[in-house]
Design a protein around this ligand. Sequence first.
Ligand code: 5GP
Length: 176
Amino acid sequence: MELYTPEALITEDEIALRIHALGNAITKDFDAEDLVVICVLKGAFMFCSDLIKKINRPLSLEFISLSSYGDATQSSGSVRLEMDITADIEGKNVLIVEDIVDSGLTIKTLMELLSVRKPKTVKLASLLFKPSKLKHKVSIDYLGFEIEDKFVIGYGLDYAGRYRELPYIGILNAGN
Ligand code: 5GP
């Protein structure tokens, strides 16, 4: 049988601990405020699912799908809206939940797209951040982990559609 154990960069336990802390911080910051959580598909689905379980506030959940990578490990440089949210966010507190901020282009594009819809506030939670690749000004309000410039997979993140189901963040090696 083919070996299927990509090297771990961040373990399941480390992810769970960090998400617990992020959930507590979000719960505190949105005290007495309703919240619209926007999960950026597909990569953030697992992070978002675990994060909202740790937010002890009334919230509604929306999904949006943006694509910039195709099947490559480098951004294509343009972001396409593949699926939009269905809710009206005018006057609402929005929390975007993203898997990783790399160049920052996806998040910059998404912020611009949402800001014309006049939300009350927009905050960003990102599981991962690669500071060395950042090209656009992005401020992450709730960050899971800063990582070095390696292509990562697992815990929702894919390479060519694979590895999303891994319960930890791994590094894509030639042998996987
Ligand atoms: P950005 O627009 O910030 O350059 O890239 C953000 C998007 O690129 C993420 O939402 C994610 O889909 C993808 N991405 C960036 N770096 C990685 C990586 O190391 N692994 C995977 N699987 N996707 C990545």
